[in-house]
Design a protein around this ligand. Structure first.
Ligand code: SAM
Length: 331
């Protein structure tokens, strides 16, 4: 299989993970973001069909065969690791990126998410936490958020991410596991609070992951999740409603009730502000030899803004309490 065909399977798997229709138009935008803007997607899909991995269904959507699904899941993990490892490592060591983060997010922390200061302030100040809590951060990246919580509350922190993050880069009290979010129960850990900030898109089985989280007694879940619709021809926007996103469906399936906070306006503003703020740091990125990082961010914010401009995106925090504990800290 060619690198381009692998990239197509990767995009199909990620669209499927978000309950998206998989049409030529839906594939185009994320595929361009990965740097394959010039490729003839239809021709590549033809090649994948000949290999028995993809077929065109009666509703004009591309679907994976059983073999295609297995291949797509395998490639999905590998590509996500490649994509994030170099990006996160480079960005975390870039003063230009950190300065940019301070202006965009309100905190000089290496962040790779759609959290503006209001959302970060919620996590840092409003989740009821004490020294006896164990916070599990699924897909923690460089664990910037987790470190902050551990330092503030003296709680224990466990971060799981696939990236080969040098443990020395973690601050003392965070226990880092280089692993797969889909296998987190295998690591024999427990938690009282589980945080997932823009990482649930990377599981290959969201309902299974949620049901594993449900099996931890007394666990409280704080899940930040954006839902996008990439197919410009899709007229059914119900997926964007808080109770109809892919995550809401998985929570319903697990029999979990939740409360939501709508952060769609925050995410829209984050993209708009990102596009205004980033160019101010262009020369610093260039001086560091980090123009690829600069361009990648610029492209992501433009696409995010475009999705919101077309009414094709929404963002929510889902709070799930397994017992009757408080959602908000009483200040
Ligand atoms: C959008 S970033 C969010 C990072 C971090 N939560 C933050 O807010 O800055 C998604 C993270 O998920 C991680 N990830 C992707 N697939 C994963 C997997 N299968 N297992 C564990 N981590 C994964 C990536 O390496 C990346 O750090």
């Amino acid at each position: 299989m060619t690198d381009t065909q692998e990239a197509i399977l990767y995009v199909i798997a990620s669209l499927q993970n978000q309950n998206q229709s998989i049409t030529l138009d839906a594939l185009r935008q994320p595929f361009t973001l990965m740097g394959y803007g010039e490729v003839d997607i239809a021709e590549q899909l033809g090649g994948l069909a000949e290999m028995g991995l993809v077929y065109l269904s009666v509703d004009d959507q591309f679907r994976l065969t059983e073999l295609g699904q297995t291949e797509a899941n395998r490639i999905y993990k590998i590509k996500a690791r490649e994509e994030f490892s170099s990006f996160i490592e480079r960005a975390s060591a870039s003063p230009a990126y950190l300065d940019f983060c301070r202006e965009l997010y309100g905190y000089r922390l290496p962040l790779f998410n759609m959290m503006d200061q209001e959302q970060l302030d919620f996590v840092f100040n409003s989740i009821p936490l004490s020294g006896s809590d164990i916070v599990l951060d699924l897909g923690c990246g460089p664990a910037s958020i987790l470190n902050h919580l551990v330092n503030k509350y003296g709680c224990q922190g466990i971060g799981i991410d696939q990236i080969d993050w040098p443990e020395a880069a973690m601050e003392g009290s965070v226990f880092y596991i280089q692993g797969d979010i889909d296998s987190f129960l295998d690591y024999q850990i427990t938690s009282t609070v589980c945080l997932a900030v823009d990482s649930l898109y990377f599981t290959t089985d969201l309902p299974a992951l949620i049901s594993k989280l449900r099996s931890i007694p007394q666990n409280r879940l704080y899940l930040f999740y954006s839902q996008y619709i990439f197919d410009p021809g899709n007229k059914d926007q119900s997926l964007l409603h808080a109770d109809h996103t892919r995550l809401a469906a998985a929570l319903h399936q697990a029999g979990l009730s939740y409360q939501t906070i709508d952060y769609s306006t925050n995410e829209r503003m984050l993209y708009e502000n990102g596009l205004k703020i980033l160019p101010k740091y262009r020369d610093l990125f260039e001086a560091e030899g980090n123009m690829r990082l600069y361009e990648k961010n610029l492209q992501e914010y433009s696409m995010g803004k475009d999705l919101y401009d077309r009414g094709m995106a929404s963002r929510f925090l889902y709070v799930v309490l397994m017992n009757d504990s408080k959602i908000f800290r009483v200040l």
